[in-house]
Design a protein around this ligand. Structure first.
Ligand SMILES: NC(=O)c1ccc[n+]([C@@H]2O[C@H](COP(=O)([O-])OP(=O)(O)OC[C@H]3O[C@@H](n4cnc5c(N)ncnc54)[C@H](OP(=O)(O)O)[C@@H]3O)[C@@H](O)[C@H]2O)c1
Length: 287
């Protein structure tokens, strides 16, 4: 299998790159400066030249608050560019793997969302990701769309990295209790995505770590795992007014995917513990 990875410096793309380096998969992961997915000419040329079997789209515009002020950028990257990748995938007979978000839901559910649940994004980012789903699925019958949530892994663009920074010079921090989802580790996304590819899965699926938690609970578990002595105080989201509204309970069920793949996706606490150990092993890196 030859894989073209976009958004190479993102946290999920980096996890795919590391896995492919370990298992010897042939891949190409150009930096954004060489593979801007909003440029159809560049994308077409990259696919023609490399002739991958699979495109894994790790690129996205994930700044939820900034998207409210610059929706055109969010839609360009999260919808239009996904359409460009899908066109290239269709033209060249390549499978497209794209990642969606729990923010396509409004968070008012009483039970975890499944793949058939109605979508109703509360913010521009969520709307752009929703429209990107349709663009991805137009990439041909082999297109695979995996919705995930609260992704953490290598890099500085995740909640845990920020938490560790906040706690370096504070004895306590306030974290919201009224946003609840499934924190999901990039390593587990990679493992399950590769399994899904092996089994020829296509269409829309929910890929998250198992279980769910509030930001507050997640913060407590992470700080305990990395041995940081910092008190976490639960507060409501109204303590941090922000431009974008966020869902209250955007938990997605991974049951359909795990049953289809005959696998189990580890609980989020287990994933956080493994991530903490990985951080310990490389404490000075921007992980
Ligand atoms: N992070 C989460 O909590 C979360 C939650 C739900 C779903 N997801 C989805 O999961 C997937 C992976 O997310 P992630 O956390 O790995 O994201 P990430 O760390 O923010 O990585 C996205 C990468 O895409 C790059 N990028 C932006 N515009 C680009 C363009 N035009 N061409 C090429 N690259 C571009 C970004 O570069 P710059 O940094 O330079 O902009 C960044 O390196 C995305 O589809 C995301 O929407 C993420």
């Amino acid at each position: 299998m030859k894989v073209l990875i976009t958004g190479a410096s993102g946290q999920l793309a980096r996890a795919f790159i590391r896995r492919f380096q370990q298992d010897g998969t042939t891949f190409l992961a150009p930096p954004e400066a060489q593979l801007d997915i909003t440029d159809a000419g560049i994308v077409g040329a990259a696919v023609s030249a490399f002739r991958p079997d699979v495109i894994i789209n790790g690129a996205a515009y994930n700044n939820v608050d900034a998207a409210e002020k610059t929706p055109e950028v969010a839609f360009r990257v999260n919808r239009d560019a996904v359409g460009i990748l899908a066109d290239a995938a269709r033209q060249h007979g390549v499978r497209l793997v794209h990642f969606g978000s729990d923010y396509v839901f409004d968070g008012t559910t009483q039970t975890p969302y499944d793949e058939t649940s109605s979508t109703a994004p509360l913010n521009v980012y969520g709307q752009s990701k929703l429209e990107g789903e349709a663009a991805a699925l137009a990439g041909g019958p082999g297109s695979l769309l995996l919705r995930t949530s609260w992704v953490f892994g290598d890099g500085t663009q995740n909640f845990f990295w920020k938490l560790r920074e906040w706690c370096r010079d504070r004895k306590s921090i306030r974290v919201v209790w009224d946003q609840i989802a499934a924190p999901t580790y990039t390593e587990d996304i990679v493992t399950v995505t590769l399994k899904a590819l092996e089994q020829g899965l296509s269409g829309r699926w929910h890929l998250t770590n198992s279980g769910y938690a509030s930001r507050f609970e997640t913060a407590r578990v992470f700080l305990r795992e990395i041995g940081m002595d910092c008190t976490v105080i639960p507060v409501g989201s109204d303590a941090f007014p922000s431009p974008a509204r966020r869902p209250f309970f955007s938990v997605m069920s991974n049951r359909r995917l795990t049953e289809r793949l005959q696998t189990r996706i580890p609980d989020w606490e287990d994933a956080v513990a493994r991530f903490a150990r990985a951080l310990e092993a490389a404490p000075t890196d921007a992980p």
